[in-house]
Design a protein around this ligand. Structure first.
Ligand SMILES: Cc1ncc(COP(=O)(O)O)c(C=O)c1O
Length: 419
């Protein structure tokens, strides 16, 4: 067996996450990251400072209030810089599910009966249910279906669904259940070649923890992900292209409409303290870039450089698990077995014909491997790949802060647990 070396200094990385030295987590291999990552210390320190010292109504003209508003602005600006867009195109909602719900409320007003909207059965229900309910307003919902063999989407199946009436297409950047990633840029090019004015909404919750996202380069109209999966607070980040945002129905208080497009899709007062600490996510990315000698001080290029390293590390981790699972007779791995980070995340969903997923995940947890099993709210995908939704897949989801030794220990435990 070849000796593998970590692509990053993982011990230095882990210094940024207090959860790794918490006594209660001792000996745990945390591999339920697709459900929510550990939180980095930049975020925690900013949250502590905000809550301790400046938790008042922000954006006022007196001292703590002004500082509170500045902390929130720093987050809008940091994520706008990271994703290459303007500040007013970045919004923070309570979660991605709430963000899709709010955008769907706007679409209910903006679309007309007979208009068509395309969804997939690969998505987490957050990027499905809200759009499907638009059928109640006379919108026709069409489904882009996965290959039932592996849960993967093929663009060839999407294109015939697009007609003159197609107004919106919603699909995931990556599956949270089987880890298969979609080539968003190529899919968008194909869609636009067939119908230029379709609005394209992408759920990147399962992909954002693994890559640097340039929203302009992707050429999408809206993109969502959840910051509690990217080392930060429990918030949903929503990007909507300004030209679309300007025409979308206002969802906030009527008297706030004149304040600007940033108020359109945040009907309530946003979560001030969570927004104030969210820039700590970007601080973390820049700190890692610096520690690896690849920082320039520019947010976007530092994040891109940091995630290039992440890709190397995650390819190593994913390889260990995929190689091990490929050798198991009774096991089926969904989302593809190829160790190629362009096509998949280290979120590995599998099932066995000899044991239930519930049984396997319990056996892994007994060995302090923190994973879980089920449909993970990708209920329709679970059904599509022929699994009992009560049992679902065993999901092992890793991030760059996992070590090669951990991946090997998971593989060894799988050798013992799987029959
Ligand atoms: C791919 C994907 N989309 C959407 C969501 C929903 O995100 P939130 O919990 O922020 O509503 C999740 C949550 O697990 C997810 O994995």
């Amino acid at each position: 067996m070849t000796t593998l070396t970590e692509a990053m200094n993982i011990q230095a990385i882990r210094q940024h996450f207090p959860a790794f030295s918490y006594e209660g987590n001792k000996d745990l291999i945390f591999c339920e990251n697709a459900g929510g990552s550990f939180v980095n210390k930049f975020v925690l320190d900013k949250h502590h400072h905000y809550m301790s010292n400046t938790r008042v109504q922000p954006y006022g003209a007196y001292s703590p209030s002004k500082e509170a508003g500045e902390a929130m602005d720093a987050s809008y600006n940091a994520f706008a810089a990271m994703h290459g867009v303007s500040r007013e195109e970045i919004m923070f909602g309570p979660s991605t599910s709430m963000n899709t719900y709010i955008v769907a409320q706007a679409l209910a007003k903006d679309l007309s009966s007979g208009d068509e909207l395309i969804v997939t059965n690969q998505d987490h229900e957050a990027n499905g249910g809200a759009w499907r309910r638009l059928a109640e307003h006379g919108i026709e919902i069409k489904e882009w279906l996965v290959n039932p063999e592996d849960g993967v989407l093929d663009t060839k199946a999407l294109l015939p669904l697009i007609t003159d009436k197609t107004k919106v297409i919603c699909f995931p950047h990556c599956s949270n259940l089987v880890g298969a990633a979609n080539d968003v840029k190529a899919i968008v090019q194909n869609i636009r070649a067939k119908k230029a004015d379709v609005k394209i909404i992408v759920d990147g919750v399962a992909w954002a923890p693994h890559v640097h996202l340039d929203f302009v380069d992707l050429d999408i109209d809206a993109y969502m992900y959840s910051l509690y999966k990217t080392y930060g607070p429990h918030l949903g980040l929503l990007y909507v292209k300004k030209s679309w945002l300007e025409t979308l129905s206002h969802q906030g208080h009527f008297f706030n409409e004149a304040k600007g497009v940033g108020y359109k899709l945040t009907p309530a007062g946003p979560h001030h303290n969570d927004i104030a600490c969210a820039s700590g996510v970007v601080d973390y990315y820049q700190a890692v870039a610096k520690e690896n000698g690849i920082a320039t001080g520019d947010i976007k290029s530092d994040c891109a450089a940091m995630f290039a390293k992440v890709e190397e590390q995650e390819t190593l981790l994913m390889g260990v698990l995929l190689d091990s699972l490929a050798q198991k007779d009774n096991v089926k791995v969904y989302g593809g077995l190829e160790n190629n980070r362009a096509n998949r995340a280290p979120t590995i969903g599998f099932s066995s014909s000899a044991q239930s997923s519930t049984e396997i995940s319990a056996a892994l947890r007994a060995e302090k491997i923190g994973c879980s099993s089920g449909h993970f709210y990708a209920y329709r995908l679970c059904e599509a790949i022929g699994l009992d939704t009560n049992d679902g897949v065993v999901r092992i989801s890793l991030l760059h802060y996992n070590t090669i030794d951990e991946a090997k220990r998971i593989a060894k435990t799988l050798d013992e647990v799987l029959t």
